[in-house]
Design a protein around this ligand. Structure first.
Ligand code: GLC
Length: 435
């Protein structure tokens, strides 16, 4: 198996658990039309802060969130402690722009961390490098509600990005010291520009921040958005499924696809592109089949709830995971000698020496597994542990294939399948390799 780039953070549990919950929750939940609404609609602070004055998630119960995630088969969560809008979910000492100062009058992060830990999920904090509210965050022409302001230079008078960087580092310190063990730190995001008009490592003082993070939490998993090309643990392709195992400088790396149920990270009332349970399960399988993780996002409402569309999909994924999780946990990409049949993905557990064939389109009667001949001692459907015959095609059918195909069949294991697709979202065949 090809060597994977080593990580400073402890990714041993991460590459086993494979499946996490992303949570995007902030004032933008009241706008209910994407977490970038302040940027998209260039909403000035005074108008945007009506959300601050009316943020009152009275139905917030993080235990319900944690149970929904655990029942879906998720093993870690990553929550936006602060998103680009600058609003903080916890009782930070470094700003008044925080949940305890809204009508909810409480720290929302502590109870969330406790609830998810009680469900044995690991804890991850997303924290935005970008901040559209902080008085020292220098306004640039690319991102933020004031990016197009003609008097941007005037607005930047007195702003000192170094003071913002100090604030940023201070909040990261709080997050890594006030909530017990934090397993993941998910910083977002840098946008350096050749002409210096963007924001990157110098604006965040990334080298200094990285040193602080490693000093406070040496084993925390750090993502890849600090604009430090070689200081990351996990690559984070977003809203795409990579074609193959993600590489950096030609070397396989630990990676995690982050995806939404619909097209928005924050709660979006009217967004209609909600993925089906089948699509979502296939995305999870696809990620693991290429050695990666899936971080799937929910945007809770302004009342503090996961909406029914999210709950239904989490429950649907959980129903599949209930019988199929061993084809996900502890699995990775199959060795190159095994080729995935058409419309299938393979996952592989190197400890148990089992290959899982995830069948995205149920074939008629036979499944041909090239490269598997002579290597499998037993096969079963994972959902009900019903045996599948390894006998392959009979001579009469083989005689109909022609000589060239018959040659290929010599290294092919042909399984005989039930005509009807098994009663599960994505059927999985468990192959016990000969030891
Ligand atoms: C992008 C979006 C941000 C979201 C993040 C999640 O950076 O700008 O809103 O939180 O992706 O990966």
């Amino acid at each position: 198996m090809e060597k994977v780039r080593a990580t400073a953070g402890d990714t041993s549990w991460f590459i086993h658990d494979r499946f996490g919950l992303f949570i995007h929750w902030g004032l933008y939940a009241l706008g209910a039309r994407h977490e970038w609404v302040k940027h998209n609609e260039q909403i000035p602070d005074d108008r945007y802060d009506s959300y601050f004055r009316h943020f009152d998630p009275d139905l917030y119960n993080p235990e319900l969130w944690a149970k929904a995630a655990a029942q879906a088969g998720m093993k870690y969560f990553v929550v936006t402690t602060k998103h680009h809008e600058g609003f903080c979910l916890w009782d930070t000492k470094l700003t008044d722009y925080k949940a305890p100062n809204t009508p909810t009058h409480r720290d929302l992060l502590n109870p969330m961390v406790k609830a998810f830990r009680d469900q044995n999920l690991r804890v991850g904090f997303y924290h935005s490098l970008i901040d559209w509210h902080h008085p020292h965050y220098v306004i640039d022409p690319h991102i933020g509600p004031y990016r197009n302001q003609p008097d941007r230079a005037q607005m930047n008078k007195g702003r000192d990005q170094a003071k913002y960087a100090k604030y940023l580092h201070g909040q990261v310190r709080e997050l890594l010291t006030k909530f017990g063990r934090v397993d993941i730190l998910w910083l977002d995001f840098s946008y350096p520009k050749a002409d210096g008009s963007g924001k990157g490592r110098k604006d965040w003082q990334s080298e200094k921040l990285y040193a602080l993070i490693r000093k406070l939490s040496p084993k925390v998993i750090l993502n890849d958005r600090l604009d430090l090309p070689d200081k990351f643990d996990v690559k984070t392709p977003e809203q795409i499924q990579p074609l193959e195992w993600v590489r950096v400088n030609g070397q396989r790396v630990v990676w995690e696809a982050c995806q939404t149920f619909s097209g928005s990270w924050g709660y979006h009332r009217d967004e209609a592109s909600w993925k089906s349970v089948e699509q979502l399960v296939q995305m999870l399988i696809d990620s693991v089949s290429k050695g990666g993780n899936l971080l799937l996002n929910v945007g809770p409402t302004g009342r503090g709830e996961f909406d029914q569309r999210a709950l239904d999909r989490l429950a649907g994924m959980g129903a599949w995971m209930q019988r199929h999780s061993r084809s996900i946990y502890g699995c990775t990409q199959a060795p190159d000698e095994f080729k995935a049949p058409q419309d299938c993905r393979l996952t592989y557990n190197p400890q148990t020496k089992r290959i899982y064939v995830h069948v995205f389109a149920w074939p008629f009667k036979h499944l041909h597994l090239e490269g598997f001949a002579g290597k499998v001692e037993y096969a079963q459907l994972l959902n009900d542990a019903s045996e599948l015959s390894l006998q392959g095609m009979d001579e009469w059918h083989l005689s109909q294939l022609g000589s060239q195909l018959r040659q290929r069949m010599k290294t092919t294991l042909t399984l005989t399948l039930p005509i009807q697709k098994p009663p599960t979202t994505v059927p999985v065949i468990e192959l016990f390799l000969k030891k």
